[in-house]
Design a protein around this ligand. Structure first.
Ligand SMILES: Nc1ncnc2c1ncn2[C@@H]1O[C@H](COP(=O)(O)OP(=O)(O)OP(=O)(O)O)[C@@H](O)[C@H]1O
Length: 310
């Protein structure tokens, strides 16, 4: 199910939260809306869900105009960061809820709930209450519940935001695998570039109510459209006034053509990588070197920095 957003603008008073947004979300893809806090990601997701209305513009889902449809008529499932489960109902009942209000036959509901609980690895917790689950398990239950009604689009607003780093990592790997099995068109909001790079097929970088760039993780990382995208998607440093990635600079212990001389100020070993801060005539430059080469260099050494080719 393709999602098409055309010329969508949203204002709150004088403040422009979304400024003439145009975006096509490919059918079956896992798409991340990535950007700094306040950039407009959640507003865009809410407008796609029908939880908020745009001041102008059109949202189409699977080719038909959904701009004026209420959320329940859009066939979208959503999960938010602070997901509210029905506390008095078991995990299985929570997952079954959407099917029960749709008055599906009992047998069908049971089969669907069993299938979904297996998919999210919660079969053994079917009879527990939500309060007896961990945060990560609760988020998986929320996803199972959203998937129960077979939405054509799944919208996730920072679904793992409130969890600790390790559980987040597990859940994002799991979401990727789940998506590979189910292939429902999924859009998720995140401000975590690593999460977007690891999980998404396509990333939409949103800042200040505008789309900065849309592309695959590789495209955004290797060919950022501008300095904002480049600095948002990974570490950057400045060499001779140019924004570059620290690992794209070559570090030499002798003078070579085109290199800039400097002296090592700091050196930090992070596993396989050594990070240096090198003071040149003009600036402090971050350089990272992998492997043995980095370990032979010391603070105070004179080095030459070779900028990456343009
Ligand atoms: N109901 C509202 N009334 C007024 N301003 C709002 C309202 N909702 C959002 N905004 C403003 O619109 C801007 C975009 O908000 P939005 O929640 O979409 O950002 P976001 O990119 O999702 O940020 P975060 O990552 O912090 O959730 C923010 O500056 C926010 O303050």
């Amino acid at each position: 199910m393709t999602i098409d957003v055309r010329n969508v603008t949203k204002r709150y008073g004088d403040f422009v939260a979304l400024d003439d947004i145009n975006l096509t979300v490919q059918s079956g893809a896992l798409t991340a809306l990535l950007g700094p806090s306040g950039g407009g990601k959640s507003t865009l997701l809410r407008i796609i869900a029908g939880l908020d209305t745009a001041d102008s513009g059109v949202v189409s889902i699977d080719g038909s105009d959904a701009t004026k449809l209420p959320p329940q008529k859009r066939n979208v499932g959503f999960v938010f960061q602070h997901y509210a489960a029905f506390k008095h109902m078991s995990v299985a009942k929570n997952v079954a809820f959407g099917l029960e209000i749709r008055k599906r036959p009992k047998k069908e509901i049971k089969a669907k709930v069993d299938e979904l609980l297996a998919l999210v690895h919660l079969t053994q917790f079917a009879d527990r209450l939500p309060s007896q689950l961990s945060g990560g398990q609760r988020q998986r239950m929320a996803l199972a519940r959203a998937l129960a009604v077979e939405p054509s689009v799944l919208l996730l607003d920072e679904p793992f935001g409130a969890l600790d780093a390790k559980v987040r990592k597990e859940l994002r790997d799991w979401l990727r695998r789940l998506h590979d099995e189910v292939h429902v068109t999924t859009v998720f909001v995140t401000h975590d570039q690593e999460e977007a790079l690891e999980v998404a097929d396509e990333i939409v970088v949103i800042n200040d109510g505008r789309i900065e760039q849309v592309g695959s993780p590789d495209q955004l990382y290797d060919e950022p459209a501008n300095d904002f995208v480049m600095s948002f998607l990974g570490p950057v440093t400045t060499l001779e006034g140019r924004l570059v990635r620290p690992h794209d600079i070559d570090l030499s212990d002798r003078s070579v053509g085109g290199a800039v001389a400097g002296r090592i100020q700091r050196s930090t070993r992070v596993g396989f990588e050594t990070r240096f801060e090198v003071r040149t005539h003009a600036e402090d430059v971050a350089v990272s070197v992998t492997g043995a080469h980095g370990r032979t260099l010391r603070v105070g050494d004179e080095v030459w920095l070779v900028p990456p080719a343009v």
